[in-house]
Design a protein around this ligand. Sequence first.
Ligand SMILES: Nc1ncnc2c1ncn2[C@@H]1O[C@H](COP(=O)(O)OP(=O)(O)OP(=O)(O)O)[C@@H](O)[C@H]1O
Ligand SMILES: [Mg+2]
Length: 370
Amino acid sequence: MTRQIRPRAEERYQEELAALAAADTKERRPLGWKLSPKAVRDFILGRDEPLQYQGRTIQVAKKYLGNDALVERCVITLTGSRGLMLVGEPGTAKTMLSELLAAAISGVSTNTIQGTAGTTEDMIKYSWNYALLLSQGPTRSALVPAPLYVGMEKGILTRFEEITRTPAEIQDSLISVMSDKVLNVPELGEDGLLFAQAGFNVIGTANTRDRGVNEMSSALKRRFNFETVRPVGNVQMEKEIILREAAAMARSAGVEMAPDAGAAELLATTFHELREGVSSMGHRIEKPSAVMSTAEAVSVYYQTMMGAYYYGGGAMEIRALAANLTGALGQEAGEDVEKLRGYFSTVIRDKADKLGGIWKAYYQARSAIR
Ligand SMILES: Nc1ncnc2c1ncn2[C@@H]1O[C@H](COP(=O)(O)OP(=O)(O)OP(=O)(O)O)[C@@H](O)[C@H]1O
Ligand SMILES: [Mg+2]
């Protein structure tokens, strides 16, 4: 039996989406949308009351934590004629939001361009099947549509991931399409005009750490509403994300193991404090240059969990947690590990004295940081 490592959002949440669609009969819905803006918001932010669908009770879970107003603004932007650009630090759920929005609004999250230094205009608009091109000449059936073409033709969202990794002149091929909502394929002659269908729009994501790699032109910027996605602002929320994501990853890997809330608390606190540069007890902390993202915290937690599952007796070890933390920080600069040691010998030491318990064990695990 084979099993997908990570099913698409529309598959993963198939039941929730179907239940929302069935209940979504009275709200205003933009042309070409599968759900109303209210139902899209509920899909991403969760619903208090469960839905009844085909004799079952479906709980619509909260998927994005932190800023509800941001999600509403994103949805409203997509109802208009400008695109949506999600910018922010790495690991702040930009990609996740863009996937969830596309799955809820269009029912498809895979109509996506991956921006890289090697992205070309063909990969955005269309290319040709050369065998057919030679035998038939330029016809619609010889044309191989790329995500922008597909989005316009079908009236669905086109996602453009990491747009600023793409050379600026290539990014700019979006400009005319986004303002005129028409794409010209000169090779097709009179039939070469593709008019965008209702439901089409573009969601871009860009990482602020890549700023300056390929800055977007101001002409292109004007075709988007920008939303800045910030890291989760509080420890409890970050802990919840770590536990939930790690549990989901374990489930899809076929691993049966209960997550450890204590370890998540330690990790969420460490990431939060190192990111902010100040501890809950008021110490100033030297910030590491590595990205202390929630996604990175999830990965450290999951790694520790898998170590416990395969090599340990199934109980997470605090010492292994501290050791794995070094891996996350060691990516960029050696000094970061030094800063982590400094954090342990001041902040964690204090917490061990005042709070005891797992903090004491965490402090004792500091020798694993190297
Ligand atoms: N506010 C949040 N709510 C829920 N999950 C979050 C949040 N922030 C981060 N995460 C978790 O972090 C993971 C990584 O997010 P994602 O890959 O979408 O980040 P990104 O912003 O696209 O990063 P990058 O810039 O590196 O591409 C998400 O899948 C989710 O598990
Ligand atoms: Mg991303």
